[in-house]
Design a binder for this molecule. Structure first.
Ligand code: FES
Length: 157
């Protein structure tokens, strides 16, 4: 049974105190809960958040389902999100994403056999001027080539 840590509860209460309506604290609270649940969110997490926030589960669920940065199934230790929107696509990001999957022997949105990687294709991450780019957990990597991306990923243990 998932439980939010004491520190997590404290942070969520701080977020709640910053806004006039509780709903405004849903996104940062989902982020926090996702981190505490190894990078993804399930019904237990939603239930725990609803209790701490004093909101109906449905309110949290609708935000969770809308935003793609919240994962609906388990991800690897490193969640590699390759932008395949227009600027990145024009700079071969789709080929880059396929290359990474082939090299790491994992299908899109699945966890690699060693548990290290999940590769996802995502929409614009707001770094179009440095295309192609990818986000790995909380960090951006830009101006990538197939070689530089694989060097970065192979260094992540
Ligand atoms: S199109 Fe890739 S970051 Fe904007």
């Amino acid at each position: 049974m998932f439980k939010i840590s004491e520190d997590g509860i404290k942070k969520i209460k701080q977020e709640l105190s910053r806004y006039e309506v509780k709903e405004s604290a849903i996104i940062p609270s989902l982020y926090l809960a996702q981190k505490e649940n190894n990078g993804w969110i399930n019904t237990e997490v939603i239930c725990a958040l609803a209790e701490v926030m004093g909101l109906p589960e449905s309110k949290i669920n609708e935000v969770f389902k809308f935003y793609t940065m919240f994962n609906q199934k388990p991800v690897g230790k490193y969640h590699v999100q390759v932008c395949t929107n227009i600027s990145c696509a024009l700079n071969n990001s789709r080929e880059l994403a396929n290359h990474i999957c082939n090299e790491l022997k994992v299908r899109f949105d699945e966890v690699s056999p060693d548990g290290r990687f999940t590769i996802s294709k995502v929409e614009c991450l707001g770094s179009c001027g440095t295309a192609p780019m990818m986000q790995v957990n909380d960090r951006y990597y830009e101006n990538l080539t197939s070689e530089s991306a694989m060097n970065l990923l192979r260094g992540m243990k």
